[in-house]
Design a protein around this ligand. Structure first.
Ligand code: DX5
Ligand code: ZN
Length: 217
């Protein structure tokens, strides 16, 4: 039975007190810390980069789950791995040589994950799924936290779970965007293993309780 994990996205954290928010996650039931790295080219927003991850890595007690929403990820795999990433996700849509990119991530001794935007079909993973540690499905159009969940993602998780059962049963499914207790339950029931949550966690009066509720939804 694969575990049910929560990865709070610091995109929604309070950057005036980021250290306090990281220490909250350290003490919470969260499993990973999710970093939404955006370059303003692949997605219409700019977030943060390597210095933030380097500093968080010094105080984080949970694995750093780095989601690269950037147009040329190949040139940043080694720097993010050296900064402390335990897992790097690249977008299928940004990698013309995805097999080589996945190999480069694994050469760093960390987990390799591929992300699909809402329009990209699960079938596009057919020839790469065997080499992956995780697949991340976007349940919003990437670029911003606090967006509305795309309901079709539930069926997409089920389709992905079937492919994984057939070709790589150890591969995890992560979902990112618009996750809350209602959508989270549907996603876990459909076969998701890791839920990314930004707004739901950091807008809650008690983020630690929100993480517990999400994990048990
Ligand atoms: C979109 C980001 C968001 C973020 C989570 O590019 O990847 O999905 O992680 O956003 P919430 O949980 O606030 O919808
Ligand atoms: Zn993300």
């Amino acid at each position: 039975m694969k575990s049910r994990m929560i990865a709070p996205s610091i995109l929604s954290a309070n950057f005036n007190q980021l250290g306090d928010d990281i220490r909250m996650i350290n003490q919470s039931d969260a499993d990973w810390i999710h970093f939404d790295v955006m370059d303003g080219v692949f997605v219409p927003n700019i977030s943060f980069g390597i210095p933030v991850i380097e500093h968080v890595a010094r105080i984080a007690s949970k694995p750093l789950d780095v989601h690269l929403m950037i147009i040329s990820p190949d040139q940043f795999i080694v720097p993010f791995a050296q900064a402390g990433a335990a897992l790097i996700t690249v977008h299928m849509e940004t990698c013309p040589h995805l097999h080589r990119t996945v190999g480069l991530i694994k050469e760093q001794g960390i987990m390799a994950s591929v992300c699909l935007n809402p329009h990209t079909p699960v079938s596009s993973l057919e020839c790469i799924i065997a080499g992956l540690d995780m697949v991340l499905l976007m349940s919003v159009n990437p670029g911003f936290g606090g967006q509305k969940f795309i309901e079709g993602t539930i069926e997409k998780v089920k389709t992905l779970a079937e492919l994984i059962d057939r070709k790589n049963p150890a591969c995890l499914i992560e979902v990112d965007g618009g996750v809350n207790e209602e959508t989270g339950k549907k996603l876990f029931d459909a076969g998701a293993n890791v839920l990314v949550a930004g707004n739901y966690v950091f807008s809650a009066p008690d983020p630690k309780q929100a993480i517990i509720r999400l994990k048990n939804c």
